[in-house]
Write a protein that binds this ligand. Structure first.
Ligand SMILES: [Zn+2]
Length: 124
């Protein structure tokens, strides 16, 4: 039937908005928002507030679970390549390029390489 998802915000149901108020007369409750799409937190939260509420309640535990960053990461010449467009010949004639954020070197790339998420010049 419906493919509606529930907002994962821990306090979503406590915000008093008309769209959250559901039920029959005399039996109304504020309910967690239910939508086909959400725009926050990877399609899990109806608002930035709900995203923030969740993070305040669970963020530390989630970070500890998946691995807390304990040392500064470094962007070097070897891993600073980003996929980009070269607009120098105008919008219609834009080309795909790899651009190094450190050296500013630019290398041509095919559209296929641009769209291939596994294609990279970066060395980790
Ligand atoms: Zn929400």
């Amino acid at each position: 039937m419906s493919n509606l998802k529930l907002c994962q915000g821990t306090k979503c149901h406590t915000y008093h908005t008309k769209d959250r108020l559901k039920g029959t007369k005399g039996n109304k409750t504020y309910q967690t928002r239910r939508r086909s799409n959400f725009y926050y937190g990877g399609n899990n939260f109806c608002s930035f507030n709900c995203y923030n509420d969740w993070f305040n309640d669970f963020g530390d535990r989630a970070i500890d679970h998946f691995g807390r960053t304990t040392e500064a990461k470094h962007l070097t010449e070897q891993n600073a390549w980003i996929k980009d467009y070269d607009w120098s010949n105008g919008y219609e004639n834009r080309t795909y390029v790899y651009r190094n954020g450190i050296t500013k070197e630019q290398r041509p790339m095919t559209e296929e390489q641009y769209n291939d998420d596994s294609y990279t010049l970066n060395i980790n």
